[in-house]
Write a protein that binds this ligand. Sequence first.
Ligand code: FES
Length: 175
Amino acid sequence: MENSKQEQTLVRKFEKVNRILEKHSYNQSDLIGILQEIQEEYRYLPEEILTYVATALGVSPAYVYGVATFYAQFSLKPKGKRIIRVCDGTACHVRGSQTVLKAVREYLGLKPDEDTTPDLLFTVETVACIGACALAPAMMIDDQVFGQMDQEKVEQTLESIIQEEKGEEANVFSQ
Ligand code: FES
């Protein structure tokens, strides 16, 4: 009795995961697609969800964990709502991408071992060429490219995104 209560609580907790699993008919061979959709929903793959998925699919947690860690597209750490990708390809590197990266990290107050802000608003990554070499040094925030970055431009850009986010938050609360 106690067990089935616990099971029901677990099922409710992972309702979104259950919907994804159902969509894939609990098919073990769809594991990558399942994990992709879960990551879209949560922005990363929480460990407890990986264990839950393993149980639901009838495979070992080690197997699911192995797939999740094998592919670079999956993240086992929480990611921010906005993803900043500082380009460190050759053109950007020679034109000062490290200065851009430093400016971004400093503005966000990231500690050396952090890539994501504690409020989960930003994650900072470095990437190879984003195809905007003429605008080097360049970076992306989500899908938008920002070129010819320097410290001042980094600060202005991030400030406007933060204001945008505050506006959205205020809208949510006023609804
Ligand atoms: S190297 Fe940075 S956009 Fe190409």
